[in-house]
Structures are given as structure tokens and as C-alpha cells.
Design a protein around this ligand. Sequence first.
Ligand code: GLP
Length: 252
Amino acid sequence: MIFILQRPTKPITIAPDYAALCDLVAERIAALVREKPGAVLGLATGSTPLGVYDRLVSAAQDNGLDFSGVTCFNLDEYFPMSADSPHSYHHFMQQNLFRRIRCRRWFVPDGAPRSEAEVAQSCLEYEAAIREVGGIDLQLLGIGRSGHIGFNEPGSPPDSRTRLVSLHQKTREDAAASFGGLSAVPAQAVSMGIGTILEAREILLMASGAGKAEIVRAAWTGESAESLPASWVRSHPNARLYLDTAAAQAFS
Ligand code: GLP
């Protein structure tokens, strides 16, 4: 059964488990693509959205959902990181989504090793590319244990734009297994800013599992603050939190 929790300032959709959570989020994205074939999607990495991507691939392959007019922008990339590295988010998105569906264009911030000035220039170009296609219609977000969205760690201002950022210790620890050790995890990343994210016309913030329960409750019930970047999402007029019951347990 799907619950809609009304008590916090904004409603929360709670699905019984991860599979049902992914069904709901994928259905919302598919509905937008059907309604607006030239939609612009903002996409996230991490394990949380993987089930959503599987469902979108099935919708395209089995049910003819047409992504050929859709443009996608990802939130972030490690720095320094070559796009063709198996650790890159570019590679992650290619493997999990873009080699399986045909969309019009897809972008991931460029983490190629180079000077800070060159990175700053490519960040401006990323923002310009988003503006050129008319902005993001729907932004999908996960949440990190530090409370980050994209790689906007605590301390990120709400008007921040795409830029080079330093990663929180918890974020690097969470990535350590996939890099084969903490020392191999980059200390920096290129991330869309909170201001960039909040300009999306719709935001879906999804979280799964008990490990996210406390941070999600804090983000959705306290004051919006730089110390908890995901808390800014609540100030967006068209944002919705999607949880499974394990991630929602701290609300009860
Ligand atoms: C990374 C990404 C975030 C993502 C987070 C959570 O840090 N940069 O965008 O939300 O991981 O990952 P997971 O979904 O695996 O918990």
C-alpha cells in the first residue's frame, strides 16, 4: 500500500519497499516524457536510482516510451576523473541508462584533470547548456549520509552554481568500497549547485533504507540550512519526497 504522509510541511509518498518506490518514481518520469517528448531531465547517480533506470529502460524497450527527444543533465562527477574511467559517473550513466535507451543528448559534468580555471570555465558552459535547452523540467535526486544533494556538501549556499567542490569525509567513506579503498576516492568533484538544482521545475528526492531515515527526517522537518543541503529542496514549490518504509521510519 502507498501512503501519503501529510504531517510535515510537504507531503511525502511512502512506498512499501524499494521496488514499489522505483515503480512510483519511474512512473512519474515516464508520465512527463509522454506529456512532453522534448523534456529535459536532471539525473542522479548512486545506488538509489538504479531501479528507476531499469524501469525506464523497460518502458522504452517493452512499451515504446520514446526518449529520442529527451535531453539529460547529470548532477555531478568526481574530480579529477576521466570520462572513460570505470569509476566515473559518466561511465555509470552510460552503463546503467544511456547505452540502453536512445535519448537526444546527455551531459555529465566534465571531471577531466586540468586547471581550476579550466574547470570553472567548463562549469559555466554546463550552466549555459542547461539554459540553452530551457532549463530542467524534472530533477531526480538521491541524498548522501552527509545530507548532500549532488555533491553539494554541508556549507553549500542555496544560490550555489555548478562548481568544483570538496567531498565530505562520510561521502568519501561511502565511496571507498567501489574505489578499492578510501585513499583512491577523489577529494573533489564537480557538482551542479543548489541554486541550479532549485531552478528545476519539479524535484523528486528519493531515499531507500534505514541508513537514510535520520538524515531524511532532518532534511524534511527542520529549518532549511546550509548545514543540511537537502533541506533546501523543501523550499521548492514543486518538490516531493519519495521513501520506502525503512527510510520513512524516523517520521513515525
Ligand atoms: C553520491 C551522489 C549523490 C547520491 C549519493 C547517494 O554521493 N553524488 O547524487 O545521491 O551518492 O548514493 P546512494 O544512492 O548510493 O545512497
